[in-house]
Design a protein around this ligand. Structure first.
Ligand code: ACG
Length: 546
């Protein structure tokens, strides 16, 4: 049944560029378009280096450890099926930082010593590129660490030449965090003035009204692009400039203006690069961060933006057993997202309780979540461990969302020969790579099959989305048609714990060829009124219709 409001997500086809060489051209004026066809439809994998693999027994994951696990992520051979098959990695902060998470930078040009050296990072890039894996890194522009030499200098007194790199006031204007109750103006013990830090006193916000700050961030981006980095995940982008309390701390015109300036610089330095913005807010606001798609195909601001609302709708839909909320979010995106942009869907990230815990470790729901994510338009992001159903640790602190990767069930878990920097999450007996990699019915095998189905279908990777599920009433099945050229793929997901029937769907074609089906799922039946699908509880089906 088609909606009266047929929602269609358009995905323009950018020229696919396979230039693996980390060419950084001289900076002519901003290139007219991005050349990162490699990223469109690609599957990304978010890695917390500290928790992924430790090579030297100090209990801390490092770059050498990550290199040793690249073949697990993608061995570079499209014919093999044992590897996960992801196309790109997003490394959470790897620059020098005093914290375990690295979101407070003290040197934007130095690799975190816990993780290794600059040479290790260059070896990682080379080994990844050899396998066709691209790497984007977290770039935290909104603030530095209060231990950064810039801030140490700026906080020495009002006469400091660095003073204007941060924001200062003589008193505390009392602004709170826009999302909570934390203070955002902090007293500088060295001279009694107050400085702005939207997160906390250890993260003073950089002042993007200062030209030298704007130029330095562009220079740093160029530095890492010249080393071969394939792009950046930009942290807290919606907070770059604050003009006042509350909404004045979010989404300001100066923020958009700078992001366009920054993106223009990246486009001219390395058109092959990609930027993905973190704007944790509502759909209509996220839509504004792509910028102008007439000026630059894909948008002249951030070509990709994480889709927090869709992530939430998927988890809520699977929790409630009702697909209407997911359908509604897809319909809203079709209305407010600019045409031709590249979405960045995901399920949960390092700031959120892990998916397996949110879905009560329910295998059918975890399988359905993966099947929805990996059949959507855009470039889906997996969070390390999601593919094995890694649970959240038993606590509320953020560290429990970022626990060591369990490679096998033995005491050290294959993560380190030393004492891990943090305890493993519960469930390692079964939620570990070794146990799942060899089990065809495992979640890990499910992710691998879905990633390969996606790679094998232009419609799934690059096609548009036509919603077939009404969003104005409860629905047990989420159904949509993905289309690219003549490639038409029917996708259905039963988000309930009971068998369900979906259709009839009027889709041109006489033959249904399975690209992916949850075991026990029969092919769609073609009748007078169209295609009808019977789905077991939690099952998904993906069929090419010709
Ligand atoms: C980034 C990184 C995060 C990092 C920092 C600081 C920023 O991912 O790991 O923390 O460098 C806000 C910011 C984000 C920020 C998070 C942590 N994430 O916008 O940039 O805080 C609301 C607001 C969001 C807000 C969120 C926080 O809208 O802006 O994010 O609350 O919970 C629905 C609503 C949605 C609402 C959510 C949640 O979805 O639609 O609007 O979001 O509910 O309520 C680093 C470390 C941390 C450390 C921190 C200081 O990683 O461990 O604590 O630094």
């Amino acid at each position: 049944m088609r909606l009266n409001r047929t929602a269609t997500l358009l995905a323009a086809l950018l020229l696919v560029s396979c230039s693996a060489a980390p060419a950084v051209t001289a900076a002519p004026e901003a290139a007219s378009s991005w050349d990162h066809g490699w990223a469109r439809g690609a599957v990304f994998y978010e890695v917390f280096v500290r928790s992924f693999a430790d090579s030297n027994g100090d209990g801390i994951g490092d770059l050498q450890g990550l290199i040793s696990r690249l073949d697990y992520l993608n061995d570079g051979d499209p014919k093999t099926t044992a590897d996960l098959g992801v196309d790109a990695l997003w490394l959470m902060p790897v620059f020098d930082s005093p914290s375990y998470h690295g979101y407070d930078t003290v040197d934007y040009e130095k690799i975190e010593p816990d993780y290794g050296t600059g040479a290790d990072f260059e070896r990682l890039l080379a080994e990844a590129h050899k396998r066709g894996i691209r790497i984007i890194v977290d770039f935290v522009m909104n603030h530095s660490s209060s231990k950064h030499p810039w801030f140490v200098e700026a906080s020495s007194g009002a006469a400091s030449p660095r003073r204007s790199w941060y924001e200062w006031r003589g008193n505390d204007p009392g602004w709170k965090q826009p999302w909570g109750s934390g203070s955002t103006w902090h007293r500088n013990p060295r001279d009694g003035a107050f400085y702005y830090g939207i997160f906390w006193s250890g993260m003073p916000d950089l002042n993007f009204r200062t030209p030298a700050v704007r130029e330095e961030m562009k220079r740093l981006a160029g530095h890492w692009l010249a080393k071969g980095v394939d792009g950046f995940r930009l942290d807290a982008t919606r907070h770059l400039v604050a003009n006042g309390p509350g909404e004045g701390q979010n989404n300001q015109p100066e923020t958009h203006a700078y992001l366009k300036e920054f993106a223009g610089h990246v486009r001219s330095a390395a058109p092959r690069a990609v930027l993905v913005g973190e704007n944790w807010t509502e759909t209509p606001v996220i839509a504004t961060y792509f910028g102008d798609t007439a000026a630059v195909p894909g948008g002249d601001e951030l070509p990709m933006n994480f889709n927090f609302p869709l992530a939430e709708a998927i988890v809520q839909g699977l929790t409630s057993g009702d697909a209407a909320g997911i359908a509604g979010k897809l319909a809203e995106m079709a209305e407010v997202y600019p045409a031709g942009v590249d979405d960045a869907p995901f399920l949960t990230n390092h700031d959120q309780t892990r998916l397996a815990t949110q879905l009560d470790n329910d295998p059918a729901r975890l399988r359905a979540a993966a099947a929805i994510l990996l059949t959507l338009p855009g470039s889906p992001f997996l969070y390390y461990g999601e593919e094995i159903g890694l649970q959240n640790g038993p606590g509320g602190a953020d560290e429990f969302k970022r626990t060591p990767m369990p490679w096998h069930a033995s005491p050290g878990g294959g993560f380190s020969t030393g004492k891990p920097w943090h305890d493993f999450a519960p469930g390692r007996e079964t939620a570990n790579v070794a146990a799942q990699a060899r089990n065809r019915a495992s979640l890990h095998s499910h992710y691998r099959a879905l990633i390969r189905a996606r790679k094998g279908s232009a419609a799934l990777r690059l096609g548009n989305l036509e919603l077939l599920t009404a969003d104005d009433r409860s629905a047990p099945v989420l159904a949509y048609l993905r289309q690219s050229g003549k490639d038409r793929v029917l996708v259905v997901h039963n988000v309930t714990g009971a068998a369900a029937v979906a259709g009839p769907f009027k889709i041109q074609g006489k033959k249904a060829t399975a690209l992916f089906t949850t075991p026990g799922t029969a092919a769609p039946a073609r009748g007078r009124d169209g295609w009808t699908v019977k789905l077991p509880a939690g099952a998904s089906g993906v069929w090419k219709i010709k």
